[in-house]
Design a protein around this ligand. Structure first.
Ligand code: ADP
Ligand code: MG
Length: 287
């Protein structure tokens, strides 16, 4: 029942990697060996996560049928059932069952709401349409919370209406960050963005997760960020090493099949440790 938004102002820092691997880990192992019901929402118009997990054919079929996260935000086109077509149709998102794809094998099963390149136009929509989308997304997430233990949102880089929707609904925000000093320049505006949440809303817990770390001891850049006021309490103890297994172009397809093998045992333990430190998987669970 926790919503984890993975965001950053920068691209290529590991947002999609984190969503994919943490999602697969929680689905397969959860905390204490009990798998969680996991939903991944691809909220990036580049749709890297969707392409990584779906065949081109399956992906195109989803886009054609309007069964992507864009259908969650915008009024239905014919062919996509609304959860409640009678009452305020414009404000009712499709049910999660309509837009989610069931993926994986064995214990590593999870669902994905794919993205589409058309999402790129969303930020230019008139404000009234965007407001409507905010409400639809909120309702959609409420339904997802009832059906899943963990919902990961893979955001696109930058501050936008899409990112704002993710912030509004998140219990946890993970900011994957390269351990270089310049990264601070991108974390600060992200923190300001999150601080724009209205006071009546419960603030999400923010976690800065250093990724592509090259050495055991923190680099000067990482150390500087860890010491920065405002970031200090948010930096995770766990870090992710630069690892060729994660650099493969098909990295995202791997965890589903590869996680159970002994060869990848160390990698699994790492994702379990990251998940435990996040503390987002403590409720619910399926045997
Ligand atoms: N820890 C890591 N070690 C090596 N390569 C990584 C690591 N994390 C991510 N990558 C690679 O970096 C690239 C960008 O990662 P990605 O998750 O797509 O970033 P983002 O979603 O932030 O744009 C991908 O090619 C991915 O395989
Ligand atoms: Mg990405």
């Amino acid at each position: 029942m926790a919503v984890v938004a993975v965001m950053s102002m920068m691209g290529g820092v590991g947002k999609t990697t984190v969503v994919m691997h943490l999602g697969a880990m929680f689905a397969g192992y959860g905390v204490g060996g009990i798998g969680r019901r996991v939903l991944l929402i691809d909220f990036d118009p580049q749709a890297v996560l969707s392409h990584a997990l779906l065949s081109d054919k399956a992906y195109l079929a989803r886009v054609k049928a309007d069964r992507t996260c864009l259908a969650v935000l915008q009024e239905q086109r014919p062919g996509v059932a609304s959860a409640n077509p009678k009452k305020g149709a414009g404000l009712m998102p499709p049910s999660v069952k309509t837009v989610a794809v069931h993926l994986g094998k064995g214990r590593h099963v999870f669902d994905l709401v794919p993205s589409t390149l058309d999402l790129i136009n969303f930020n230019e929509q008139p404000i009234t349409r965007q407001k409507m989308a905010v409400q639809r997304f909120q309702r959609f997430i409420a339904e997802c919370r009832a059906q899943y233990d963990l919902i990961f949102i893979d955001c696109h880089p930058g501050r936008s209406c899409l990112s704002w929707m993710a912030v509004l609904n998140a219990d946890h925000i993970v900011i994957p960050s390269i351990p270089e000093e310049y990264t601070a320049l991108s974390i600060r505006p992200m923190m300001k963005f999150i601080a724009m949440l209205p006071a009546r809303r419960r603030s999400p817990r923010v976690h800065i997760l250093f990724n592509k770390v090259r050495q055991n001891r923190p680099s000067p850049g990482e150390a500087a960020i860890r010491e920065t006021t405002g970031f200090r309490g948010c930096c995770m103890t766990q870090t992710l090493r630069k690892d060729n297994a994660l650099a493969s172009p098909h990295y995202a397809q791997r965890p589903v099949r590869a996680i159970p093998t002994s060869k990848t045992g160390r990698a699994i333990r790492k994702w379990v440790q990251v998940g435990e430190e996040l503390g987002c998987g403590d409720s619910g669970g399926v045997e």
